[in-house]
Design a protein around this ligand. Sequence first.
Ligand code: NAP
Length: 243
Amino acid sequence: MKLLILGGTSEAAGLARALAEYPDVQVINSLAGRTATAPVLPGTVRMGGFGGAEGLARYLAETGINRVIDATHPFAARISAHAAEACAGLGLPRLRLERPQWPRQAGDHWVEVADMATAAARVAGLGRRAFLTVGIGEVAAFAAVTDVHFLVRLIAEQALPLCDYEVVTGKGPFSAEAERNLMRAHAIQTVVTKASGGAATYGKIAAARELGLPVLMVQRPTKPEGICVADVASAVAWAISPA
Ligand code: NAP
């Protein structure tokens, strides 16, 4: 059985490692190619886009893929839509593996907004010094905000289309203690984040709670309908189940 894992997440990597125990399942890991080097994963690794839903359908047919697991990030909306369309067209079974949302706890002060544009419109109302941790692809949404100083965390230093900002570089996981120290050192008044879920970036949520800071939480985009599981073990069970 040939399984395509659409990846780019720790869950996708964990799934590939778990499926290495099953020699009957031939795994192809697909990555968008946003990083310079491919991670070391069991199975085959391919990098780069397919060329939309049509390109993905062509790839699935030509490669003889039997099943697809979409284990991409909760905010990677386009590839999930393409996977749903391509699999529906070919009649291929598709599973979504998506990490759970962060649970809201006592002491959390979350302001939930639907998208980045709304977050940009609301941020000044929550504080003049914001910790912006939404990923490089989303920073431009805050370009017109003039009255907020942004502390932006990026993997590598680069110029940004923001009025008033400084960059701090770092790659997760980030502990709550380190996040608290960073926020204190920069006199942060509010945190802006995607509702990504997962342990690696939860530190900023715990730190904001400890410091009594509001969190502007951008909600996940809607993903296509279909079977969805929240953990690697359930995805393995689906992958190895008889056709
Ligand atoms: P996206 O907007 O949904 O996808 C944009 C395009 O990138 C897709 O149309 C597709 O190109 C290509 N692509 C995306 N994921 C791919 C994959 N796994 N294999 C092959 N091609 C892929 O995705 P994104 O938000 O830019 O995220 C890109 C990748 O980074 C995803 O794999 C995701 O899991 C990972 N990631 C995203 C975030 C986030 O916050 N968005 C965070 C961490 C990791 P074609 O149309 O040419 O096929």
